[in-house]
Ligand binder design. Sequence first.
Ligand SMILES: [Mg+2]
Length: 145
Amino acid sequence: MKIFFDVDYTILGLDDTLRPNTKETFQKLLDDRHEIYIWSGMGERWEVIEKHDLGGFVSGVYEKPTEHFHEKLEELKVPCEPEFVIDDYPEIVAAFGGVWVPPYFFAKNTDQEMDRIYRIVCDFVEHGTSEDRQYRAKGTVLPLF
Ligand SMILES: [Mg+2]
């Protein structure tokens, strides 16, 4: 699948650290023949890719739409439809389907969200869905608060 990861608070903390197990998880996803894309509402984050040496894992780096998610893909030059999205921002996950992750702020070695993301991806590949409550099916309607 074409798997799109958000940057801020998904793989990158406020303190500029990578979420624990990000690279290990990227490698497992590549071993499973997925493609990894990085996108951000703050633009193309090449500086993050370089600083954390992620270039070998990713197939593309793009700016992420922050509204009208499907409609804006072409304008932002995203060349393919994301098949699975990982983000701390629930709306975009509901639009494309994927995993909502609790925001990651500071280095803490107790964070196991990357393992959970990997398990949900495997569930989805095998069953087309996941029982995990952080999984969101494509087109999920969010409750209005
Ligand atoms: Mg984010």
